[in-house]
Design a protein around this ligand. Structure first.
Ligand SMILES: [Zn+2]
Length: 132
């Protein structure tokens, strides 16, 4: 498992979950005859598994390039989780405010704005976190 990048990260509901230290892929439900390397490559293209040489033979420069890729993946995943959590909180707060004003002041919320054709106002969600 470790040679395929996996670290055992069990919890109460998922006792056999393993996470790749590099691409953060999480897999569970391991069968007795599963090949960790094969399962890993089947579910995700991982730069750690795609190394052209043994990890021990990397030069310092190659190691730091690999480490930068690993950190970028980690930061994007954490950032995306924080953004999603914040967006859920905004939606909940907005609903509470609308409910409050509707019940207290007979407020009628405005209709959603029509979608604009102007590309400068459109969001490119997650574009910074795409892998190559
Ligand atoms: Zn991986």
């Amino acid at each position: 498992m470790a040679k395929a990048g996996f670290i055992h990260c069990p919890n109460v509901n998922e006792p056999d979950v393993a996470k790749c230290f590099f691409c953060l892929l999480e897999l569970e439900g391991w069968e007795q005859n599963d090949d960790p390397w094969e399962e890993h490559t089947k579910h995700h293209t991982c730069d750690f598994l795609s190394l052209p040489k043994n990890f021990e033979d990397l030069t310092m420069e190659e190691y730091y390039m690999l480490e930068m890729t690993r950190l970028r993946t980690f930061i994007c995943k954490i950032g995306r989780r924080i953004i999603n959590s914040f967006e859920e909180e905004v939606a909940t707060t907005r609903k509470h405010l609308v409910d409050y004003f509707v019940s207290k002041h007979q407020y009628t919320p405005p209709l959603p704005l029509p979608l604009s054709d102007d590309p400068s106002t459109q969001h490119s969600e997650g574009s910074h976190c795409q892998s190559k």
